[in-house]
Write a protein that binds this ligand. Structure first.
Ligand code: ADP
Ligand code: MG
Length: 216
């Protein structure tokens, strides 16, 4: 006795999506500015429209299982976002939901889910690390999350470390030349700008930290 009892947490998919939507809306103009520099200037609009549709779809659904809710969120993004980010994030969330199955979104569940999400993005978009895409934020986030959980850290700390890694990964896209997506058409002129998709991905990973609820 006397030792503080660590509170176990799980993640609420709805809180995660709500937090992601709020963060993306707050940064929509910035995301659009980034996409205007190396793309077609629609990333803020695309992600805002997609996340609003996700919240509406979740509000309509009574299925409480985290995996099912992630799959619904993913399907909604695919069907409502025209740009590359819709199918990519949509696939990510669908794969995450499938990987989770009937399980809880606890530490191991989140690692499995985000691992599957990253694999889905890379299968669909064929981007490698360093290609200046969302992979450069999501990849380091998954690696940091796994490393911290393996080291025995609490989920809240591991999720914070994942978000730091995603933000650092997004910042590190600035000096890179884009090799995938619209920005790759610019060749060397894509150098010197932060990738919009990596930037929104860091917002979505950061929102995990606002979705922790005590495990029942
Ligand atoms: P679009 O490029 O169709 O206008 P968005 O502007 O919504 O779509 O999204 C652009 C973002 O999508 C890029 O900043 C990049 O992070 C991501 N992206 C584009 N192509 C790929 C790809 N093949 N693999 C991974 N991410 C990609
Ligand atoms: Mg765009």
């Amino acid at each position: 006795m006397g030792t503080p009892i660590a509170v176990d947490h799980v993640l609420s998919v709805d809180d995660w999506m709500n937090g992601s939507a709020a963060a993306i809306e707050a940064e929509a103009d910035h995301l659009t500015q980034l996409d205007s520099a190396i793309g077609d200037g629609d990333h803020g609009v695309n992600m805002t429209r997609g996340m609003r549709a996700v919240l509406a779809a979740l509000a309509e659904s009574e299925d409480g299982a985290a995996g099912k809710r992630l799959i619904l969120a993913g399907k909604t993004l695919v069907s409502t976002v025209g740009g590359a980010s819709g199918p990519l994030w949509g696939t990510a969330l669908r794969r995450a939901g499938r990987a989770l199955g009937d399980g809880q979104l606890d530490g191991p569940g989140l690692v499995a889910a985000l691992d599957a999400a990253l694999a889905g993005v890379q299968e669909l978009g064929a981007a490698e690390p360093g290609d200046k895409t969302m992979v450069d934020a999501l990849g380091p986030a998954v690696a940091a999350l796994r490393e911290r959980l393996d080291a025995g850290d609490a989920l809240a700390d591991a999720v914070a470390a994942a978000a730091d890694a995603a933000e650092e990964g997004a910042r590190a896209t600035t000096p890179l030349q884009a090799r995938k997506g619209r920005a790759s058409y610019l060749g060397e002129r894509s150098v010197g700008h932060q990738d919009p998709g990596a930037t929104s991905t860091a917002l979505i990973v950061r929102a995990l930290g606002r979705a922790l609820v005590p495990a029942s």
